[in-house]
Structure formats: C-alpha cells, structure tokens
Design a protein around this ligand. Structure first.
Ligand SMILES: *[C@@H]1O[C@H](CO)[C@@H](O)[C@H](O)[C@H]1NC(C)=O
Ligand SMILES: *[C@@H]1O[C@H](CO)[C@@H](O)[C@H](O)[C@H]1NC(C)=O
Ligand SMILES: *[C@@H]1O[C@H](CO)[C@@H](O)[C@H](O)[C@H]1NC(C)=O
Ligand SMILES: *[C@@H]1O[C@H](CO)[C@@H](O)[C@H](O)[C@H]1NC(C)=O
Length: 490
C-alpha cells in the first residue's frame, strides 16, 4: 500500500475524535467471513457522489428558515458536522421561456433576444456557492434541451430534434438553417457565465434523457446525432476560452439505452478522444441496474437516479421488503453501479425539495408552494435514501481508487456485498452491506495489525453511527440488513 506519512497522523487523529461512546450491539454468534483486500489490484477512480437542485428545487433549500437551512447544508456537504460531504453538484442549464413549475428559464429565450444570464439560474447559483464554501470542486452542467426556436417542434418541451442533425426525426434543416453551431455557442456562453460567476465547470452535457418526451424540457437524439453535436460544442468551448471544460454525453434513461447510444456514437467516432465522460441515468426497470460495464475506456457517471418508478414517495424506512424507496436497496444499487457497472460517480436526482413524490433525500415540506402544513410539522425530514449515498460519499473521497476485495474462507456468503477503496490520503475504506437476516462478522487479511479501524453503521436503528475505533485485526460484527463502513488508517 502506498501510504503518505504526513497525512496518516492527521487521519488517526480524526478517527480518534470521531470515536463515539455509542456501544456496539452485542454480536450474536455470527458466521465469520474473512475478507482479503488487495490494494495493488486497482479498478476505476471514483470522482465522487452528489445531487442536483435543478427544476426550481433549489428554492426549497434557499427558503428554509435558519437554523434549519444551515443544518441541511451541513447534512449535504459537511463531513466534520456529521454530514455526507457530497462532492459533486449537477447543474441544469435552462432552455424554457419562464421559470414556472419544472421550467428552467433560458438566458436567450427567443430568437430575437440577446443572451442575458440572470446570475440566479433558478436558485442554483446560490446552491453552488454554498457547495463551494464547503469545498466542493466538481460542478457538472447539463442542458435538458435547446431553446424551442432551435428545434424541429419550435418548443423546448415535448421532445423534438435539434435543427440540423441528420436522419431520424427529420432534424434536417429547419427553414434552411442548422442550429447545431448556434446551440453549441449558446451552451459555451452559458458555461462561461457560470465560470464568470466563480463556479468552475467540470463538463457540460447537451442532452438529457433523449429517449423521453415530456412536458418539461426534452430533446430527442440518437447516438449518431449526438456525435454530430459533441465536436462542435468542444470547438465552441475553446472559442470562448474554456478548453478545459469537457463535454459529456448523453444522460440516457436506462443502462441498456446508454449502451445503444454509446455504440452509435462510437460508430460515428465521437466517444474516446472526444468526450470527457459518459453519463447515464439508471432508473429502475430500464433495466434494474448496470449488469456489466459499458464498453468504453472513458469514465462512466450515473448522473441521475431516484426511486420514482414505483411511485412510493418519501419514506424513512431503511428496510422492510427492498421497496424501491428504501435505504438498503439504495445502498445495494450504489454497490452494483460501482462494482458491476464500473461507475466513477453517483449523483442522486434531488437533495432537498418540497414535494415528496420524487422522493428527495431530504424533504422540506413547509417549503412546498401553497401547501397547508399542519402546526408542528418538522421543517425538514431526512429520508431513508439519504443514508447510503451519504455513507459512501463521506468516506470515499474524490480521487479514491476502487481496489479489489474478496471473500476468503469457505463458500461465498451471497448476502454480503463488499467493495474497497484507497483514498488519496492513504486510508483504505471498505463498504460492507449485509443484505441478509442473519448477523455476520468480517475481518480483514492483508492489513497490518497496527492499523486502526473506524466503523460506521446504518441499519433500522442506527444512522451513520460511529462505533468504537479498534485494531485493524479485529473481527467486526455486521448487523443484519445493514451498511457498515470501515476506514483503515495504518
Ligand atoms: C462544518 O461543521 C463544522 C463543525 O460543526 C463547522 O465548524 C464548520 O464551520 C462547518 N463548515 C462550513 C463550511 O460551514
Ligand atoms: C467494444 O468497443 C470496441 C472499440 O470501441 C469494439 O471494437 C468492440 O467490438 C466493442 N465490443 C462490444 C462487445 O460491443
Ligand atoms: C472501467 O472504467 C475505467 C474508466 O473509469 C476504464 O478505464 C476501464 O477500462 C473500465 N473497465 C471496464 C472493465 O470496463
Ligand atoms: C398559490 O397561491 C397564490 C395566491 O393565493 C395563487 O395565485 C397561486 O395560483 C397558487 N399556486 C398554486 C400552485 O396553487
């Protein structure tokens, strides 16, 4: 293992201060699984975990009265205050004529208007500035659609194609004009406005779920058409002096659809060597989750995920039956995306919002527009879907490399799902999900007994609860239906 001496002392100190007096639950005689971590077998780099406050959802956070607003910001961003330390914010770039409902207003809403950014962007600038205050460095921007006047259907919602793209959808030339370059220039100006406001933009996407037609900004595209736009956008970013801003594609809804889009773009030669990363949304059912890595050497990011398909809404139940909106399934989905899908970043749809149907990680019902909130309603409530992203994010820091971990001993325990990471500061993180009804215990081979091990657990009763720091050689109990994080500092 490559341990950096300077940071080790600091990390041990951090573990020591985090050690809490909360006693461990007495372990029943449990099946023991020795794990073997091999830091020399390295997989993908993890860029981080995050969320989005687009679609006017930022306002739910902005309008929370203090001290609740700061408390919620701490939950999202502050590792010191016991929060998630989310390290990525996804920003929606507007294309709509107004900011009503789920619309994000465009800085150039009509063909005749000048490009004029409002510096607010539906409240997202404020959220980005707060994120920055907590040390977030990765801001990704994504447009759901081009403004209506650039499209075949003349509006930014209800699907339609970008004028100028070939083939499907009769993109062709609308009124003899291709809008590919003007759209690229629009996005480049938009990104430059954000950069000018002090928010560095990591990458920009020009599509969102191009397989869907909705009553909010939607624009259809296949992979060949996307391949016509991506290089033009790269040039436009260089043109405005932002060559470091990458282009991502295509935020497709569903893993198998992402695979199709990718194959089409690759056929057109616009993936490796062109894009910065592949972006995809893995909503349940389309199919359930990454069944194998996408066929690319580029990093793959899940940029949107929310348990919305079964319409179960918001819950605080960690586990009852693996319902879509429960925390344990959220943990399993993150594990699958990273370990099976080779995903580098995982971004939940909404952090905080007033509606409870999507559902957000944190629900602030009193901020719901015109809602009648009964007296005594909590200003905000933490949902079960917060805990797993938070527990992955808090300990697996940007730049960590996923490393190999295997079950040793006799016979694999199917209910035990593990992954391991080597952070840049030299600490080793093991995420262990016990998806069974029996308690287990684990131990780690391959790490010195001098290592100190911090433990955190979330299950039905405990939420990101710190347990005592023990020697790296000790057996660690894994409660039934739990997510346990071990952080080794040697
Ligand atoms: C994070 O929390 C700690 C402890 O409560 C606090 O001292 C610090 O100011 C917070 N960070 C920010 C950026 O607010
Ligand atoms: C994966 O991509 C490579 C190069 O882009 C291609 O040659 C190969 O056929 C692809 N494999 C599959 C299974 O699609
Ligand atoms: C996993 O993703 C990385 C980029 O993050 C890539 O270099 C590597 O080839 C991928 N591995 C597989 C098996 O697809
Ligand atoms: C909210 O209340 C205002 C003022 O009573 C009203 O004009 C508006 O239509 C209401 N909005 C919704 C979404 O019900």
């Amino acid at each position: 293992m490559h341990l950096r001496r300077a940071s080790i002392g600091v990390a041990i100190l951090a573990l020591a201060t985090l050690a809490s007096a909360i006693p461990q639950t007495t372990a029943e005689p449990a099946r023991h699984v020795p794990l073997v971590v091999s830091p020399s077998i390295a997989y993908q780099t993890i860029e981080g975990f995050g969320f989005c406050q687009a679609f006017q959802r930022a306002n739910a956070l902005i309008s929370l009265p203090e001290p609740h607003r700061t408390a919620v910001l701490d939950l999202l961003f502050n590792t010191t205050a016991g929060g998630a330390g989310f390290s990525i914010l996804r920003i929606g770039l507007g294309s709509s004529p107004d900011s009503r409902g789920d619309h994000m207003n465009s800085p150039q809403p009509t063909v005749d208007s000048e490009f004029k950014w409002d510096g607010v962007d539906s409240g997202q600038v404020w959220v980005a500035q707060q994120a920055q205050r907590y040390g977030v460095e990765t801001f990704i921007a994504d447009a759901w659609s081009a403004p209506g006047y650039m499209k075949t259907n003349g509006r930014d919602d209800q699907g339609g194609w970008l004028c100028g793209v070939s083939g499907e959808g009769q993109g062709g030339l609308c009124g003899g004009v291709s809008w590919i370059k003007p759209y690229a220039e629009y996005l480049a100006k938009y990104v430059k406005a954000w950069v000018g406001a002090g928010i560095p933009i990591h990458s920009v996407g020009f599509l969102n779920e191009p397989n869907l037609i909705k009553n909010y900004a939607t624009m259809q595209s296949n992979g060949y058409q996307a391949a016509e736009v991506a290089p033009v956008l790269i040039d436009a970013l260089k043109e405005v002096g932002l060559p470091e801003v990458g282009v991502s594609c295509c935020e497709g809804q569903g893993w198998s659809y992402a695979r199709d889009l990718l194959a089409e773009m690759q056929e057109a030669g616009a993936v490796e060597g062109t894009l910065k990363m592949i972006t995809t949304h893995t909503y349940k059912g389309t199919p359930p989750g990454p069944d194998r890595p996408l066929n690319t050497t580029l990093p793959v990011w899940v940029t949107e995920i929310s348990p919305i398909m079964d319409k179960l809404g918001f819950t605080q139940t960690w586990y009852s039956k693996h319902a879509e909106n429960e925390g344990l399934l959220t943990a399993i989905n993150i594990h699958t995306a990273i370990v099976t899908g080779n995903v580098s970043a995982y971004i939940y749809w909404i952090g905080v919002e007033a509606n409870n149907f999507e559902p957000p990680m944190i629900w602030a019902p009193s901020r719901r527009r015109n809602a009648t909130v009964p007296d005594g309603t909590a200003p905000y409530t933490i949902g079960s879907t917060y805990w797993a992203p938070a527990q992955f994010s808090r300990f697996i820091r940007p730049g960590a490399v996923r490393v190999d971990v295997k079950q040793g001993g006799e016979g694999a325990v199917d209910a035990l799902l593990t992954s391991a990471y080597l952070n840049k500061d030299g600490s080793v993180v093991v995420q262990a999900i016990n998806n069974g009804d029996e308690a287990l215990s684990i131990s780690l081979a391959g790490l010195s007994t001098d290592c100190k091990m911090g433990q955190w657990v979330t299950d039905g009763e405990r939420k990101l609860t710190a347990l005592e720091v023990v020697s790296g050689a000790e057996k660690v109990p894994l409660a039934k239906r739990s997510l346990t994080t071990l952080v080794f500092v040697c």
